[in-house]
Design a protein around this ligand. Structure first.
Ligand SMILES: [Ca+2]
Ligand SMILES: [Ca+2]
Ligand SMILES: [Ca+2]
Length: 458
């Protein structure tokens, strides 16, 4: 391993010596497969349109329907794309140009051909193809790291191409995924581990901390507080040699100033030139959080002195974790219900009441989320005077004369709520995959079944 080990000694106020350690990072380029499966590498998105006004000049297209893309990221960087069908109209988009020099002219940039690897599909309505790796110019380098990415094109609105309208139309998206990461092997507090930093949001900038946002998940949802991840650490937790990502476990951790090794918090600092990462035992005041049985993989927002929020992924050991003293909010967590060690169901809550927990020095604060869970079913009669079909209402509405111009619709809703009022959605089982959505039956007062069906979501 190309790891440099620099034990540095830091003298604390009490005269105690603690060890800070620095590890040398190197750039690792990823294959398309590695990029697509990289935990924490969720990417950035470009809209694909029939026209993008910022494109000043484009190559002469073979296709009668060339497409254009535009990605704007939070750092107010813009990247323009051009897509063409080199074999002719309707033969499939197999050429990608990215305006890497940012001049709005797509005739002076490299052309990428569709990759043979990765998911691909092509029919009248839908098309998917992957391109890359696309390397940004040297001028976009940050220290030792020069951003590169793969482009995953998916056109889900191709029927719009047949429209005669000359207006700009939305045809699909290009997801750009980081194609490199910074990597080292760390050895801290008895843990030896492959450790990386990944440009998860693929905005060609490292590192981006999480930012506070409000997420609205359904119509009329007042929204819930959430830490939107920026970039990620990746950690080979199980020593498998790869960064794993499954439906319920991930080797990615939200980028933070505090990282845990065997239950202990460490300050983490990435050098500006991205050549190294340094860990130093957390020497500020700490307290503890405790959680109910089954609560794990918790992501906490820690409100720092300046009021900014940092995303912490504490190591929970026997229901407790040491955390810096301060104000906290829960951003998300996983709840595991076990029948036996190998028979379990997991669910994640990302919808929590706006509640803060103050952790004082040396004190334990109990986080009240988790069991008991309550299943709340509500039923509302609605009059739909247009007689419109709706997949959500479909099952129940046939009962009350669906198809007539004035139908009565019974809208059923089921929510799973936890002890602090947190909401759960999506249940995964040890047997693999989603637990199917719950069934319902509607009976009259004599017990005769009037209707039955499944709720639409798990
Ligand atoms: Ca250009
Ligand atoms: Ca980034
Ligand atoms: Ca692993």
């Amino acid at each position: 391993m190309n790891t440099l080990f620099h034990p540095l000694m830091v003298l604390l106020a009490g005269g105690v010596l603690v060890e800070a350690q620095e590890f040398t990072l190197s750039v690792k380029n990823m294959t398309l497969d590695e990029s697509r499966s990289c935990p924490g590498g969720y990417g950035g998105y470009a809209m694909v349109m029939t026209k993008v006004s910022e494109v000043k000049k484009a190559p002469k297209a073979v296709s009668a329907s060339p497409l254009y893309g535009r990605m704007d990221n939070a750092k107010s960087e813009r990247l323009l794309f051009f897509l063409d069908e080199s074999q002719g109209t309707g033969k499939g988009y197999d050429r990608l140009v990215a305006d890497l020099n940012g001049n709005g002219d797509l005739t002076d940039d490299p052309v990428f051909s569709k990759l043979k690897e990765g998911p691909q599909e092509q029919n009248e309505d839908y098309e998917q193809a992957n391109f890359g790796p696309v390397e940004l110019p040297e001028s976009k380098s940050q220290g030792i790291w020069r951003p590169r990415f793969y482009a995953d094109m998916y056109l889900y609105n191709k029927r719009e191409l047949k429209s005669a309208s000359t207006e700009e139309r939305h045809i699909g998206q290009i997801r750009i995924m980081t194609a490199s990461l910074l990597e080292t092997t760390v050895e801290v507090n008895g843990i030896k581990q492959k450790f990386g930093v990944v440009d998860g949001n693929c905005n060609f900038s490292l590192p981006d901390p999480a930012t506070v946002t409000t997420i609205h998940r359904r119509p009329n949802d007042p929204g819930s507080w959430y830490l939107m991840p920026g970039d990620f650490y990746v950690r080979d937790m199980n020593g498998s040699g790869i960064y794993d990502r499954t439906a319920t476990e991930s080797d990615a951790q939200i980028f933070s100033s505090v990282v845990y090794f065997k239950g202990k918090p460490f300050f983490a600092r990435l050098s500006q030139d991205l050549k190294g990462i340094r860990f130093e035992p957390y020497t500020g005041a700490t307290g503890q959080i405790s959680v109910k049985e089954g609560v794990d993989s918790i992501i906490l927002g820690w409100q720092g002195g300046a009021g900014a929020w940092d995303g912490l992924t504490p190591d929970i050991i026997e229901g407790k974790a040491e955390v810096p003293a301060g104000a906290y909010r829960i951003s998300s967590f996983t709840l595991t219900g076990k029948k036996t060690a190998s028979d379990w169901i997991k669910t994640t809550s990302r919808e929590l009441p706006e509640k803060s927990y103050a952790v004082a020095t040396g004190k334990i604060v109990r986080l009240d989320v988790g069991c008991p869970l309550v299943v709340e079913v509500s039923a509302n009669k609605e009059i739909d005077n247009q007689g419109r079909e709706s997949s959500l209402m479909g099952a129940a509405r046939s009962l009350f004369g669906g198809g007539s111009s004035k139908a009565t619709i019974l809208r059923l809703d089921v929510v799973v709520l936890g002890a602090a009022g947190e909401r759960y959605s999506g249940f995964f089982g040890s047997a693999g995959g989603y637990v199917p959505p719950p069934r319902f039956e509607i009976k009259d007062s004599t017990g005769k079944e009037l209707a039955s069906g499944n709720f639409e979501y798990g």
